[in-house]
Design a protein around this ligand. Structure first.
Ligand code: UDP
Length: 386
C-alpha cells in the first residue's frame, strides 16, 4: 500500500476485523469487494455491511461475514430509469441508511474489537456515525483522483446554469474557468440536477476530508500529478492501492449472471478483431442512440460483442428498438448479451477495442489489458481528465 502521508500501519494493530460498507451499485460493489479480498489476504477478518438493494451473493464469499441493513431503496428503485440523476438516489441513501447502519455497526462493535470501518466515499453520512462510535472511518473513492479534483472546483451551484449549456450556446465548446481541461459540453453530461449533485459532492468531499484516510483505486503512473495535488488539498493520508482488478477479478460480485458462452465464440475470432461494446451497469441511452450504435456496428464489418442489459435503453425492455432483422442480418458476426465476463473479454486475444462509457472500473480494466478505447461518456464521473 503506497501512502502519501504518515499513517498508522493497519497491519500492526492488534484488532484484525475491518468492516466495509459499499454503495449498492455494481461499479461501487466491485472495487469494495476487491479491496475486501486484498485486505483478507493480508490477514484481516472481513465483515461487509450492505444494503438490501443489489446485495451481493454471500456464497461467492464464504470467507466474509455479510450483514444486510434495511435501506428503504425499494420505495424509489422504480424511478431509476425515469430519473437519470444519480444525486437523487445518492442523497436518498444517505438519509435512509443512517439508523440501520448505526444500529448494525454498534451491534458489531459490542461483539468484538474492530480496527476501522471502510465506507464508500459516497456514504458521507457514515463519518458522523463513526465519530459517535469512536471508530476510525477510512474512505474508498471508486472514481479517479482527477474526478475528485474536478468535483472540488466545478461550479455546481452557479446561478449562471453552467450545467445546462446547449449546443446552441456560444460557451458550448469553451473551457470551464474553474477546471479548464473540461469544456462546458463535457460537464453537461455530469448531472441533470446541478444543485442536487452540488449538495452530494460538497457533503462527500467534506466528509472525505474529515476521515482517517482515503483509499484510491488508481496507480501512480496513471495519476501522478493528480495524486500530488490531492495530497496538498486533502490533509488526510491517501493510499493508492489500485488497480484492484490486477489483484482480484470483479466477476464474483456481478449482480447479473455473466454469459460465459461468448468466451467460446471469442476463441473462434481472429486476433484483435472484435469490437467489445458495453456502457456499464447504470448508464441509460435513448432509443435513437441505441439505433446509432447498432448501425455503427453493422457498418464496420468487424465481429462485435455488445452488452445490452435489461432496461438500458430508455423506454424499452431490452432489444425492441433494434433495426429490423438486425440480429438475422448480423448472423454469427455479432453477439448481443445481457452481461459479459468483462475482464476475461478484455483479456481475450480476439478483443481489438472497447467502446465504453468510461466507468472508472471499465477504464482501469481496459488499460490493464492494453485494449484501446472508443469513449462515449454518459454521466457523473466519466468526463474526467486523465
Ligand atoms: N461489467 C461486467 N460485465 C458487463 C459489463 C460490466 O462484469 O457486461 C463489470 C465491469 O467489469 C466493471 C463494472 O461491471 O467492473 C462496471 O463498473 P464501471 O465503473 O465501469 O461502470 P458503472 O457500471 O459503475 O457505470
Amino acid at each position: 500500500m503506497e501512502s502519501n502521508g504518515s499513517v498508522t500501519n493497519l497491519r500492526s494493530t492488534s484488532c484484525r476485523r475491518i468492516i466495509l460498507f459499499p454503495l449498492p451499485f455494481q461499479g461501487h460493489i466491485n472495487p469494495m469487494l476487491q479491496l475486501a479480498n486484498i485486505l483478507h489476504t493480508r490477514g484481516f477478518k472481513i465483515t461487509v455491511i450492505h444494503a438490501q438493494y443489489n446485495s451481493s451473493n454471500p456464497s461467492n464469499y464464504p470467507h466474509f461475514t455479510f450483514k444486510p441493513i434495511k435501506d428503504g431503496f425499494s420505495e424509489i428503485a422504480d424511478q431509476l430509469s425515469d430519473n437519470p440523476d444519480a444525486s437523487y438516489f445518492l442523497n436518498y441513501l444517505n438519509k435512509s441508511c443512517v439508523d440501520p447502519f448505526r444500529d448494525c455497526l454498534a451491534g458489531l462493535l459490542a461483539e468484538e474489537t474492530v480496527a476501522c470501518v471502510i465506507t464508500d466515499a459516497g456514504f458521507y453520512f457514515a463519518q458522523a456515525v463513526a465519530d459517535d462510535l469512536k471508530l476510525p472511518r477510512i474512505v474508498l473513492r471508486t472514481s479517479s483522483v482527477g474526478c475528485v479534483l474536478a468535483y472540488d472546483v466545478l461550479p455546481f451551484n452557479s446561478k449562471k446554469g453552467c450545467f445546462n449549456v446547449t449546443k446552441q450556446d456560444s460557451d458550448y465548446e469553451a473551457s470551464v474557468t474553474e477546471y479548464p481541461i473540461l469544456k462546458f459540453k463535457d460537464i453537461v453530461k455530469i448531472t441533470t440536477n446541478p444543485h442536487g449533485m452540488g449538495d452530494f459532492v460538497t457533503n462527500m468531499l467534506n466528509q472525505m476530508k474529515a476521515s482517517s484516510g482515503i483509499i484510491w483505486n488508481t496507480f501512480k503512473e496513471l495519476e501522478e500529478s493528480a495524486l500530488e495535488t490531492i495530497s496538498q488539498d486533502f490533509q488526510v493520508p491517501s493510499f493508492t492501492l489500485g488497480p484492484f482488478n490486477k489483484y482480484f477479478p470483479a466477476s464474483s460480485s456481478s449482480l447479473i449472471e455473466q454469459d460465459r458462452t461468448i468466451l467460446k465464440w471469442l476463441d473462434k475470432q481472429p486476433p484483435k478483431s472484435v469490437v467489445y461494446v458495453s456502457f456499464g451497469s447504470g448508464a441509460y441511452i435513448t432509443e435513437s442512440e441505441f439505433q446509432e450504435v447498432a448501425h455503427g456496428l453493422a457498418n464496420i464489418e468487424l465481429p462485435f460483442l455488445w452488452v445490452v442489459r435489461p432496461g438500458m435503453v430508455a423506454g424499452s425492455e431490452r432489444l425492441e428498438a433494434l433495426p429490423e432483422k438486425f440480429q438475422e442480418r448480423m448472423g454469427d458476426r455479432g453477439r448481443i448479451v445481457k452481461w459479459s465476463p468483462q475482464q476475461e473479454v478484455l483479456a481475450h486475444p480476439a478483443t481489438g477495442c472497447f467502446w465504453t462509457h468510461n466507468g472508472w472500473n471499465s477504464t482501469l480494466e481496459s488499460i490493464c489489458e492494453g485494449v484501446p478505447m472508443i469513449c462515449s461518456p454518459c454521466f457523473v464521473d466519466q468526463t474526467q481528465d486523465m
